[in-house]
Ligand binder design. Structure first.
Ligand code: ADP
Ligand code: MG
Length: 328
């Protein structure tokens, strides 16, 4: 069973950044307003995610670690997914590939801790914590040296962690994010919680992540096509980048990398950009979850729209309209 678990886990956890993504998504699902991420050695030896969310009651800690246990869905609701997690397999997968511990405190409860070692959960113990949850994953892939060898340098893994944190921070402008490199005790990235309406908050957050120049050259996007809705900001063609691609796409709040969507983005700017330039944008497509499958593969971020032509049309016409209004 533990070998089966490890194989399944490999599907979800490819590298430190994928572990960070799962743990931060859990913190977001828990309603956190501030999330602190600490990593050491590019996440290979330590990933610690501290949140101020709803916490886990002591008696629920063992459940959180068991495969396909999730507090976020009941069987009748399989297609109607509004939270990030719904498979209930992230924590057991992480426990199978590293040394996982969860310390948590739900309102009105005592703090408690659970550790998994050698695939076996230890008994829940009392632990001191004010509120929320601390998830700690140490020594990723320690039991599978072959997988460890496939990881890139600490620096490259840290870069991948930073990238995923920035994407998640874009999608959640009202939540504060701090990323700390434990080795140098350096704050690598920091975004305080934004306020105001969603567009104001997103604009401020994009200014923090992509820079003032992007924010000053960004067109506000708000478009609808049939049942798909797109919001966000896209840069004027004059700002758009050369080699450095700054394209951030989200479907129902999840960061995705998808050829259909990036192709549509490119098509929208086709008349305004030479071939070596890339449009810069942060775009959020939202729709009823039944119209899109964002879980084609757990570790990948591809999406499959029920009607891809509508998604493409939304992006092309929505962006062209905004560009035309700005005089292009
Ligand atoms: P999923 O997120 O798909 O439900 P996970 O394996 O990621 O599955 O998490 C299992 C369960 O553990 C969640 O459903 C949730 O109840 C609980 N949990 C995990 N992380 C947190 C957290 N940071 N705060 C509160 N509850 C959490
Ligand atoms: Mg989860």
């Amino acid at each position: 069973d533990s070998a089966v678990n490890r194989i399944a886990a490999g599907e979800v956890v490819e590298r430190p950044a994928s572990a960070v993504k799962e743990l931060v998504e859990n913190a977001l699902d828990a309603g956190a307003t501030r999330i602190e991420i600490t990593v050491a050695d590019g996440g290979k030896t330590l990933i610690r995610i501290k949140d101020d969310g709803c916490g886990i009651a002591p008696e629920d800690l063992p459940l959180a670690l068991s495969r396909h246990a999730t507090s976020k869905i009941d069987g009748s609701d399989l297609l109607n997914i509004h939270t990030f997690g719904f498979r209930g397999e992230a924590l057991p997968s992480l426990a199978a590939v590293g040394r996982l511990s969860l310390t948590s405190r739900a309102p009105g409860q005592e703090g408690a801790e659970i550790r998994v070692s050698g695939g076996q959960a230890e008994p829940v113990r009392p632990a001191a914590l004010n509120r929320g949850t601390v998830a700690e994953l140490r020594d990723l892939f320690y039991a599978t040296p072959a997988r460890l060898k496939f990881l890139r340098t600490d620096r490259a893994e840290m870069q991948a962690v930073t990238d995923i944190i920035k994407r998640l921070a874009m999608a959640e402008p009202f939540v504060g994010f701090t990323l700390i490199d434990a080795g140098s005790d350096r704050t690598v990235f920091r975004a305080d919680p934004e306020s105001g309406d969603l567009f104001d908050a997103l604009h401020a957050r994009l200014s923090t992540i992509l820079g003032k120049e992007f924010a000053e050259n960004a067109l506000r996007i708000d478009a609808t096509r049939e049942d798909l809705h797109m919001t966000g900001y896209a840069a004027l063609p004059t700002y758009s980048r050369g080699a450095a691609v700054a394209q951030f796409l989200f479907v129902n709040g999840r960061p995705v990398k998808d050829k259909l969507l990036t192709g549509a983005l490119r098509a929208a700017y086709f008349d305004f950009l030479s071939r070596d330039r890339h449009p810069a944008a942060a775009l959020f497509i939202d729709c009823d979850p039944v119209l899109v499958d964002v879980n084609v593969h757990p570790a990948k971020s591809e999406v499959r729209f029920r009607d891809p032509a509508i998604a493409r049309g939304l992006i092309v016409s929505g962006l062209r309209h905004a560009l035309a209004e700005a005089g292009h």
